[in-house]
Design a protein around this ligand. Structure first.
Ligand code: PBG
Length: 336
């Protein structure tokens, strides 16, 4: 690679700044382009009516009651955002060690899904499959004697994926990192006749300190005992990420995700090069908080860093990005 570039032209016959001189020329040679079609908007939902609660560690992000979520989804659809992702704040009284609220067909998530399905045609609905919003231990799986149980957790996750699909969700997005969950969910969906409902697997999800604001937003930080290192990946590893992605594709994932985003774009590149499947990354709550927090202090220009970071995801090989900045980005892209 190094040789090829060094033998292609020489200064002063070749001047790389020529192509950069004018705006029209820069546009002409641009290799990657961010579009509204690349965006998935994660939204936090809560109980109540006409209720919104600011998330302290995510300035500009509010938790929304279902009626306001429907309005927000309409706005997103009208801006051309292809999909929203739903994350619920669960009443602490409904949290149990078996996380059974995860598969309550009348629970907040299912009500949010069916409300949007009913009144906002034309937008995709993605739902997390993981037990942490509903689990009194704050873990993504069921905990017994301090151990996060794999196969029992998968059984609960399958039930969750089914009720969410029955409520009308289009994409199940398992974010739990239990082994074998993609295959189990695919089989259960197919057995129920949901051959067309998609799975986006959080295939390479790392045990990251960038999730803290999210845990505040859904109210799971208080509940969480210990850390998630026995199921989420060690951030030192990338070969292991390829194994995770490979397993999930073989088990039936339609799309795969890397998470977090910005510190993990090398993983995105390897995944895209190795498999060539639809590949996504999640610009997570901590990434949003650091950019927005700095912008609010006047240290960064939010509009510019948002578009720059999202274009960085595209450059790394992402087909799309989950970002709390989706609505802002869609507006900025529409203005251009
Ligand atoms: C839950 C889940 C998490 C996120 C998405 N789904 C948190 C976690 O694993 O602890 C994080 C998203 C974010 O930080 O924005 N399984």
């Amino acid at each position: 690679m190094a040789k090829r570039y060094s033998t292609l032209g020489r200064y002063p016959t070749t001047r790389l700044r020529r192509n950069r001189r004018e705006d029209w020329s820069r546009r002409l040679v641009a290799e990657h382009k961010l579009s509204v079609n690349d965006l998935i908007w994660p939204v936090f939902v809560q109980e109540g009516k006409n209720a919104r609660t600011p998330v302290a560690s995510m300035p500009g992000v509010d938790r929304l009651s279902v009626d306001l979520f429907v309005e927000a989804a309409k706005q997103a659809r009208d801006l051309g955002i292809p999909a929203v992702a739903i994350f619920p704040e669960t009443d602490p009284a409904a949290k149990t060690p078996d996380a059974r609220e995860a598969y309550n067909p009348d629970g907040l998530v299912c009500r949010a899904i069916s409300a949007v399905k009913k009144s906002v045609p034309g937008i995709g609905i993605l739902c997390d499959v993981a037990l942490d919003p509903f689990n009194s231990d704050g873990h993504d799986g069921i905990v017994r004697d301090g151990i996060i149980l794999n196969d029992e957790s998968v059984e609960a996750l399958v039930k969750q994926a089914i009720v969410q699909t029955e409520a009308g969700a289009d994409i199940q997005a398992p974010s739990d990192m239990m082994d074998g969950r993609i295959g189990a969910i695919r089989k259960a969906l197919d057995d129920k006749g949901y051959q067309h409902e998609q799975i986006m697997s959080y295939a390479a999800k790392y045990a990251s300190a960038f999730y803290n604001p999210f845990r505040d937003a859904i109210g799971s930080s208080g509940a969480l005992k210990g850390d998630k290192k026995t199921y989420q990946m060690d951030y030192a590893n990338t070969d292991e990420a390829l194994r995770e992605v490979g397993f999930d594709i073989e088990e039936g994932a339609d799309m795969v995700m890397v998470k977090p985003g910005m510190p993990y774009l090398d993983v995105v590149r390897r995944v895209k090069d190795a498999f060539g499947v639809p590949t996504y990354a999640y610009q997570v709550s901590g990434e949003y908080a650091m950019l927005k927090g700095a912008a609010d202090r006047g240290w960064l220009d939010w509009d510019k860093v948002l578009i720059e970071t999202l274009t960085g995801f595209k450059r790394a090989g992402c087909d799309g990005i989950l970002t709390y900045g989706a609505v802002d980005a869609a507006r900025l892209l529409a203005k251009k």
